[in-house]
Design a protein around this ligand. Sequence first.
Ligand SMILES: Nc1ncnc2c1ncn2[C@@H]1O[C@H](COP(=O)(O)OP(=O)(O)O)[C@@H](O)[C@H]1O
Ligand SMILES: [Mg+2]
Length: 323
Amino acid sequence: MSDVGAILELRAVETRFPLRNAWGRHTGWLRAVAGVSLSVARGEILGVVGESGCGKTTLGKTITGIHRASAGSIRFEGNEIGSLSPAEGRALRRRLQYCYQDPGASLDPHWKIGRALEEPLVIHTNMVATERRARVREVLAAVGLPETHLELYAHEISGGQQRRVGLARILMLRPSLVILDEPTSGLDVSVQATVLRLFLDSRERFDLTYLFISHDLAVVRLISHRIAVMYLGKVVETGATEDVFAAPLHPYTQSLLAAVPVVGGARVTENFWLEGEPPSPTNLPSGCHFRTRCPRAEARCAAEEPALRALADGRMAACHFAG
Ligand SMILES: Nc1ncnc2c1ncn2[C@@H]1O[C@H](COP(=O)(O)OP(=O)(O)O)[C@@H](O)[C@H]1O
Ligand SMILES: [Mg+2]
């Protein structure tokens, strides 16, 4: 089944990393992304949430080709990414951009911001210098920075302004899908709000679709239309943001949401029973990978891994008891 309105369609995508012992000998594989199927509609903001280490970054980097998928299919704007020629792949990837978690660290400290913004156009386009400069000024204005910033170095501007430069750098190539990886982490709450507003305004202005990766559920709730919850490399629940927050179906999502601080109030902890660390991805339990931390687990959960099933209202969950 192919979703015609989708800008991005993932089918059973898997990304694995080699495991080596102290002598460098290959001892097995870590499946950081373990069979993810998702579809993202054009113009949508899909939030991807889950604890640290669940595979969010690896998924984002696999979609943009920074990591290679070891199995599955990734279709972007109707094209199967893996089957393109290198030239076609490069052209397509301009429209599919990954925004690093810490743009400050990904900006060259020896370059002025003007050069950092112009460089993608030098590498990827045939634009002449006057055209490039015009686009730099246009995008700089769109992210709300003054032209005087073109002459500054990344370390001379604030964290919030660095996020603006990071986004500007990506917008230079006119992408259609942008993967934002923890784009508000490390920012003060007040700065977070202005950065989120910037993402929303840029989406309108440049017709963008976002995959918004974050472990911060409060932020994801503010900005996403739909969310996908990941646990140990798999999607365990998807649905419209308000539906999922109002009544989470998977026990893992229930526990994550119970730990979200309430705006203006104290952290709600009475329903929060998620304890300890997730199991090691190199030594996973049988059946449902969440069962070792789940209060509802029964014998069936150890014997049989629950598939991600379609439930009412376009929602999906991977739990034997959901729905
Ligand atoms: N380059 C890599 N080589 C080996 N293992 C990796 C690599 N990148 C990530 N991992 C492992 O893959 C899993 C998922 O990591 P990651 O995608 O960074 O999670 P998240 O972004 O959700 O915190 C973790 O167990 C992590 O240690
Ligand atoms: Mg990450």
